[in-house]
Design a protein around this ligand. Structure first.
Ligand code: GDP
Length: 282
């Protein structure tokens, strides 16, 4: 698997985020709730100061709820502000506005004490592609806005968009690619749709998914594909062969693999979290 990691673009994006940091009170760092670690970009941790940083675990509607709860605890124990969200379906983002207000509580208290009412809280969204930055901006602003420069390294004129709760948002999200440190992270990102399918073969992805489900969600796997207990004991690649035979798809493993990937993505195998708190030893 070759994953492109463009240092030139990445530097440009990093510089742009750094330049914008001066103008914002909070940085909303979006991650995919199914991959709280793999969907992060380590550069952000280096450049965004903790007092300004809020991590949003987005697409929590797709993730395993128990894992999300544990990830929230994990980040909180490290003193990181974290909010699980489902930006697409949440009508109101009160958890997020509350987290922003708590983050800026000392300043807001001062405003309150001195009777200042027309203050502004400025925020920007950052994150890897596809984590829901544009969707969040649209939801916060309350209408469809043209999100500019939503690609790594693209620079555009920037505007502030007004949102309720005295918020103003930069219309240019900071976009960084995930840094794919190992094969497993690449497979996790591909399976969740964060990076292009074409970077990994369908059978490699399906075998990874089958092995993962065998380990973490065996009941869902068994139910979906009507498997016996003994089927779960074989490896992911043997299972791929078994299913191809069971479905009488000759030796069209590619077709079986594509179906499995679709089943995962359409939640037919249930909600899932690919980064596991119990396996994290950071
Ligand atoms: P961006 O590249 O970070 O700006 O991501 P987008 O806002 O374009 O979202 C990428 C895709 O994820 C779109 O198809 C959205 O509809 C979808 N999406 C965004 N937020 C959520 C969410 O909370 N849950 C689900 N299921 N999908 C979401």
């Amino acid at each position: 698997m070759t994953i492109q990691w463009y240092p030139g673009h990445m530097n440009k994006a990093k510089n742009q985020i750094q330049a914008n940091l001066k103008f914002v009170d909070v940085v909303l760092e979006l991650r995919d709730a199914r991959l709280p670690l793999a969907s992060a970009n380590p550069v952000l941790k280096q450049i965004v100061p903790e007092p300004k940083r809020i991590i949003i675990l987005n697409k929590s509607d797709l993730a395993d709820g128990q894992q999300t709860q544990q990830w929230v605890r994990y980040f909180q124990e490290q003193g990181v502000t974290v909010v699980p969200l489902d930006v697409q379906h949440h009508q109101n983002l009160s958890e997020l506005t509350l987290a922003i207000e708590q983050k800026l509580a000392p300043r807001l208290k001062k405003y309150q004490q001195s009777g200042v009412r027309n203050y502004t809280i400025r925020a920007m969204c950052v994150g890897i592609p596809n984590v829901g930055k544009s969707t969040l901006l649209n939801k916060l602003v309350g209408k469809k806005v043209a999100v500019t420069g939503n690609r790594p390294g693209v620079t555009k004129n920037q505007n502030w968009l007004k949102a309720p709760h005295n918020l103003e948002l930069l219309d240019t999200p900071g976009v960084l690619w995930p840094k794919i440190e190992d094969q497993t992270n690449g497979l996790k990102l591909a399976l969740s749709g964060a990076i292009k399918d074409s970077l990994v073969s369908a059978s490699e992805l399906a075998v990874f998914a089958l092995d993962f489900w065998r380990q973490y969600y065996p009941a869902a796997l068994q139910k979906m594909y009507q498997l016996d207990d003994s089927d779960l004991k074989v490896s992911g690649s043997d299972l791929l062969i078994h299913l191809t035979q069971a479905w009488a798809w000759q030796e069209d493993y590619e077709r079986t693999a594509q179906k499995i990937i679709q089943d995962v993505r359409q939640l037919r195998l249930g909600r899932y979290s690919l980064d596991r708190v119990e396996n994290n030893h950071d």
